[in-house]
Design a protein around this ligand. Structure first.
Ligand code: ATP
Length: 358
């Protein structure tokens, strides 16, 4: 716009109890979320947890079964997609194969009746942002996967949307390109000053890109927090498992003092840990990441025998049979071979204790 302000600029996008059913089943169950301007939000969860449904409800591609969506004081959920003016980037970026990169990017503006000179200017600026100026005249088929993905992003940002919705945009790319594109998308997000909602089932991607992560399961939000929150302090055992807490052990809570607890595992091994929810004395589970287990003598250390050692480049992933006959996953920077005896311990703040599963 002439004064440099974005069309539809907003302070907050607010979802209030948004639900969507298919055939009586809840694909999305009462999602409430406030997205601030400039924020990068990741919707994270396994396949079928309702991430795409949530995104399509925001986009206006799916009507809500109940709830409402607000841009500041304006209720927008009755509006069709084109009236919301959000940018969208999907997994299948669906470029027109017979149109040049510039024409693909300018298509939406042309449809909106924007004058040709302005289209040229804005397309050039968008291609500049995604660093594809040199490819403006090429056809999509002449570009690499990552370049095509950037054309799709340019097509979304050229309309200067206040919010960009992305549904697994990197899933068609190879591992190396995916990692490069992560920082590329973050850079574009910052350059645009817009808000972004990004759907992924890849926790590394969510942690690397987002300001806040919304963890979902079966249509229900499990936790909303910074990447550091959801990684270091998963609110539920399920989330911990999803975040790579591969060691999940049955324990007994022997003593509880606020967050500090003492648990007893197999063979009367006692370990100090951290309660992640209200815990009665008795049965519970402890979750520990392989890389949080320390190899070597120390307080509360216990012995084990290495059963398998898998080389991972920078470190080894071990399976260690403890003297209490439990099998633990442990990461080791030092060379260890099967049959070696090791001493293990875990810092109390990294032994997360959850109530027993139903
Ligand atoms: P994925 O990562 O596999 O895309 P998702 O987390 O995005 O999964 P959704 O696509 O939102 O999940 O689907 C959530 C639930 O709603 C699933 O159980 C799915 O089968 C169901 N669902 C989604 N779309 C429809 C539809 N059009 N008709 C019927 N059921 C649907």
């Amino acid at each position: 716009a002439a004064n440099g302000a974005r069309k539809n600029e907003f302070r907050q996008l607010r979802l209030d109890g948004v639900s969507r059913q298919f055939g009586g089943a809840n694909a999305l169950d009462r999602l409430s979320l406030t997205i601030e301007r400039g924020e990068f939000i990741a919707l994270l969860g396994p396949s079928g947890c309702g991430k795409s449904t949530a995104l399509n409800c925001m986009a206006g591609l799916l009507p809500l079964t109940s709830g409402s969506i607000w841009l500041d004081q304006q209720r927008i959920d009755p509006l069709p997609p084109e009236k919301r003016g959000f940018g969208m980037v999907f997994q299948n970026y669906a470029l027109f194969p017979h149109l040049s990169v510039s024409r693909n990017v300018g298509f939406g503006l042309k449809m909106r009746g924007v004058p040709a000179a302005e289209i040229d200017r804005r397309v050039a600026a968008a291609l500049d942002t995604v660093q594809l100026q040199a490819h403006a005249g090429k056809l999509p088929g002449q570009l690499s996967g990552g370049q095509q993905q950037r054309v799709a992003i340019a097509r979304a940002i050229v309309i200067e949307p206040p919010l960009i919705l992305m549904d697994e945009p990197l899933s068609n790319l190879d591992a190396k390109l995916r990692i490069e594109m992560r920082s590329e998308i973050r850079r574009i997000h910052r350059a645009q000053g817009c808000s972004t909602v990004y759907v992924t089932h890849d926790q590394d991607e969510a942690l690397a890109m987002a300001d806040r992560v919304v963890v979902m399961k079966l249509g229900v939000v499990q936790q909303i927090g910074t990447p550091q929150d959801v990684f270091a302090r998963p609110a539920k055992l399920d989330i911990a498992r999803f975040m790579g807490y591969r060691n999940v052990l049955p324990v007994n809570v022997m003593q509880s003092d606020g967050a500090g607890v003492t648990v007893e595992g197999a063979g009367s091994l006692r370990l100090p840990g951290t309660a992640m929810q209200a815990l009665p004395l008795g049965s519970a589970v402890a979750a520990i990441r392989p890389d949080e287990i320390v190899i070597g003598e120390g307080p509360n250390a216990f012995a084990g025998t290495v059963e398998t050692a898998e080389y991972g480049g920078r470190e080894w992933l071990l399976q260690v049979r403890t003297v209490f006959d439990e099998l633990l996953y442990v990461r080791s920077a030092a060379v260890v071979t099967p049959g070696d005896r090791v001493m293990l311990s875990a810092p109390p703040e990294r032994v997360l204790v959850y109530a027993k599963e139903d």
